[in-house]
Design a protein around this ligand. Structure first.
Ligand code: GLA
Length: 400
C-alpha cells in the first residue's frame, strides 16, 4: 500500500515540470508597478501596448505587457477571481486579445498567500482554479509574490503554482518573487523561469530608502546582492534583480549604468517607466540594440565583476562566437581617467571555461554607447568615465 502510494507520487512528480523554452534568453517587457503602482486601468494598459509598438521598443525585443498588483476585483460565488470591473470594464480576456493583436504578450500578478502585498485577493487555496482562469484569459506570464504567507514554505508553494500552471495547459512564464528570502537560486531552477534575488528596487542609485517597515534598495545595493549569484543563472532560469527604473528620475548617466549592469548580469529587462512619454535620452538607452544584445546573448551566461580598483569596476561577460562584453563602471561620483591596458586584463570564466587574453588574441573593440569602432586591443588607451557612468565594449577576435 505504502509502496503503491510512493510509486504514484513518483509518477505524478515525473509529469510535473515547468513550461520549458519560454525564457531561453532573459525575458523582456514592461510592468506597471514601478511607475503606476495601484493606479492602473485598461485604458492606460492599452496605451502602453500601443506605445510599445509605436516607440520601436517592441522591435528591440520587449514583448510582455505585465499588469502587476491591483488589477483584482472580488472572487465570484464559485471562487473564480475577477478583475476590478471599474478599472477593467472590458475584462481581462478582451485586454489580452488586444495585447496579442499587437504582436505582444500579457503578464499578470498574484501572490502565494491569502492576500497580495497591496491587500488584494491572493491565490492561496485557489491555485489550480486561478491558473485555469489565467489560461482561459490568454495570459502568458505570471509574477507570483510572497506577502501574507505566514505558515507557508516557499519551495512547496511555488511548486504548487508551477504544477497548476502546467495543468492549466497554456504555456505561462513563471516569475518567482520571494525577494531572495529563501535563496530560490538554489531550489527554483525547475520551478520558475526567473526569481527575484533581492527586495524591491527604487529609482535611486546608491542608498536604501525606508518607508516604515518597508524599504527600497538602490541600484548598487541590488547589484552587490545579484552579482555573486552568476553560477545559478542560465537559459530558462534567470536571476532577477527587479524591474528597471530607467526613466523614473535618476540622472542620464545613472540610468545608463543601471541598464548596462542589468545587461551584464543577463537580467530580465522589464521596463518600469511610462513608455508613452519618454525623453529622447531614456528612449536611446532602452532601445540600444547593441547593448540589449549583450543581455540577450544566446550563450546565456551572467557576467561578473572581475576587478575593482580605486572605485573603478571592470566587468566581463562571455558571449557567443568567442566575443566578450567588457564594462568599465565608475562607482564614484566624480569623473575618473582609466587606462585601458587590455593585455593586463586577462581573465577566465569558470562557467564556460573560456579565457579572455589580449596577448594571445587581438580583439576588435566596439564602444556600444557611442556605436563607434575604437582601436583594437593591441593599443592601450586612456578613457574618462564620468561619475556613476560606464563605458561598454564588445570585443570580437580579429581573425574572424
Ligand atoms: C512586492 C513586489 C513588487 C510589487 C509589489 C506589489 O513588493 O516585490 O515588485 O509587485 O509587491 O504590491
Amino acid at each position: 500500500m505504502l509502496a503503491a502510494a510512493a510509486m504514484l507520487a513518483t509518477s505524478l512528480n515525473v509529469n510535473a515540470q515547468k513550461w520549458e523554452n519560454l525564457a531561453l534568453t532573459p525575458p523582456m517587457g514592461w510592468s506597471s508597478w514601478n511607475k503606476f503602482a495601484r493606479n492602473i486601468d485598461e485604458k492606460s494598459i492599452r496605451e502602453i501596448a500601443d506605445a510599445m509598438v509605436s516607440s520601436g521598443l517592441a522591435d528591440c525585443g520587449y514583448e510582455y505587457i505585465n499588469i502587476d498588483d491591483c488589477w483584482h476585483g472580488e472572487r465570484d460565488a464559485d471562487g473564480n477571481i475577477q478583475c476590478d470591473p471599474e478599472k477593467f470594464p472590458s475584462g481581462m480576456k478582451a485586454l489580452a486579445d488586444y495585447i496579442h493583436s499587437k504582436g505582444l504578450k500579457i503578464g499578470i500578478y498574484s501572490d502565494a498567500g491569502c492576500l497580495t502585498c497591496a491587500g488584494e485577493p491572493g491565490s492561496l487555496g485557489h491555485e489550480y482554479q486561478d491558473a485555469k482562469t489565467y489560461a482561459s484569459w490568454g495570459i502568458d506570464y505570471l509574477k507570483y509574490d510572497w506577502c501574507n504567507t505566514p505558515d507557508q514554505v516557499t519551495k512547496g508553494s511555488y511548486r504548487l503554482m508551477r504544477d497548476a500552471l502546467r495543468a492549466a495547459g497554456r504555456p505561462i512564464l513563471f516569475s518567482i518573487c520571494e525577494w531572495g528570502s529563501t535563496e530560490p537560486w538554489k531550489w527554483a531552477g525547475d520551478i520558475g523561469h526567473m526569481w527575484r534575488t533581492t527586495g524591491d528596487i527604487g529609482a535611486h542609485f546608491d542608498c536604501v530608502k525606508f518607508y516604515g517597515a518597508w524599504g527600497e534598495l538602490g541600484v548598487l545595493q541590488i547589484v552587490d546582492k545579484n552579482e555573486p549569484l552568476r553560477t545559478y543563472a542560465g537559459p530558462g532560469h534567470w536571476n532577477d534583480p527587479d524591474m528597471l527604473e530607467v526613466g523614473n528620475g535618476m540622472s542620464e548617466n545613472e540610468d545608463r549604468a543601471h541598464f548596462t549592469l542589468w545587461c551584464m548580469m543577463a537580467a530580465p529587462l522589464i521596463l518600469g517607466n511610462d513608455i508613452r512619454d519618454m525623453s529622447d535620452e531614456t528612449k536611446a538607452i532602452l532601445s540600444n540594440k547593441d547593448v540589449i544584445a549583450i543581455d540577450q546573448d544566446p550563450l546565456g551566461v551572467q557576467g561578473w565583476r572581475f576587478y575593482v580598483s580605486d572605485g573603478i569596476e571592470y566587468w566581463f561577460k562571455p558571449l557567443s562566437g568567442d566575443d566578450w562584453a567588457m564594462c568599465v563602471f565608475n562607482r564614484t561620483t566624480s569623473p575618473k581617467k582609466v587606462m585601458l591596458d587590455w593585455k593586463d586584463l586577462a581573465t577566465y570564466d569558470n562557467i564556460t571555461n573560456r579565457k579572455f587574453n589580449a596577448v594571445s588574441t587581438i580583439y576588435n573593440v566596439k564602444n556600444l554607447w557611442t556605436g563607434k569602432e575604437e582601436p583594437s586591443t593591441e593599443k592601450n588607451r586612456e578613457i574618462t568615465v564620468p561619475g556613476y557612468d560606464v563605458a561598454l565594449y564588445r570585443l570580437t577576435p580579429k581573425t574572424k
